[in-house]
Design a protein. Sequence first.
Length: 393
Amino acid sequence: MYLHEYNAKKLLRECGIQTPHGIVARTETEAQTAFDTLAFPLFLKAQILAGGRGKMGAVKKANTLQEGMAAYKEIRAMVVKTAQTGSSGLPVDAVLIEEGQKITSEYFAAIAIDRAASCPVLMVSKCGGMEIEIAAKEKPESVLRIKLDVLRGVADHQARRVHYLFANNTVALKTTQKFLNSLFKTFIDNDATLVEINPLASTPFGDLVALDGKMILDDNAFGRHPEWIEFEKQSNKDPLEADAALYDLNYVKVSGGAIGCMVNGAGLAMATMDAVKLYGGDAANFLDVGGNVDVEAATAALRILTSDPDVKVILVNIFGGIVRCDIIAAGLLAASKEVHVKVPLVVRLDGTEAERGMELLKESGGSFELAKDLKQAVAKAVHLSKGTYVDSY
């Protein structure tokens, strides 16, 4: 689960990391309260689950109340498009308003899971700010990587390496050590897979302040953190993606396509979209029903797919291993009674109880386009999406 910056900073503060004073505003009244409470100059930052906001004008500085309100209105009305949002962009539901800081240097600091090394890895660099990705790519030696013992955290000798890398005379060694220990505590206590601060700023007063914060939490630990429910509510996740999550389904939107894909398994989803592309089509989305789908979830899956306005045809490609194809068929039949499906529905079932599933669909008399194999299913779906379908497959 990705966190908004203001929630990430809340968790950082709870573990002892200093952040600027700030207030989250969703209305002009809340923005006015922030301007009355905080000291100018202020920075206004769009709260979206994507990076690259600054380059798109979604981070602004305000020196006066008039500038602040104008900046708030402009950011609040934005649909921010970055390399991470796709062409549709993300609407801004909230703006974080923070006090500016006097800084001497900017750094990058993060802890992430290194799956190859099977341990957390601390990453730090003197190249903090918006260009860290470029610096890491062009000068990989500029990023110091330190493997951490999950039981010990950041050892003293590792903290000294980081401190000497920073080479900042205004920050004491004990301040660097305290910061790194707090960063590790944030990572462990919150079952995170990533905690990133960019930039991390040093001040003339000898402090280290997190000017920005990014966190990804491990969804598998949700049961240990009831407070995460509030984070989930505050997410500006795609409504269809959020709807799918209620049924343990995984929905992913793909820009520019017209074919909605219902599959079981991420590998089959990729293979299905590749096949659609091979035959000259494009997927609008894919919905992974997983291996434990029941009739209710299958019904929800079809309802979600039909809710996508870009979908002109739905391709159901199920390979029954754990999941039974007759259950998928029953779900499709139930959904067709509850949901008015206005687009063609192409179905290919194979594996466990596939024959029975196909019989159920055929005997129902419903308007299903049944396919004997993946090749035929994809060809039908692509031609139907382009209005060139003929009943000769």
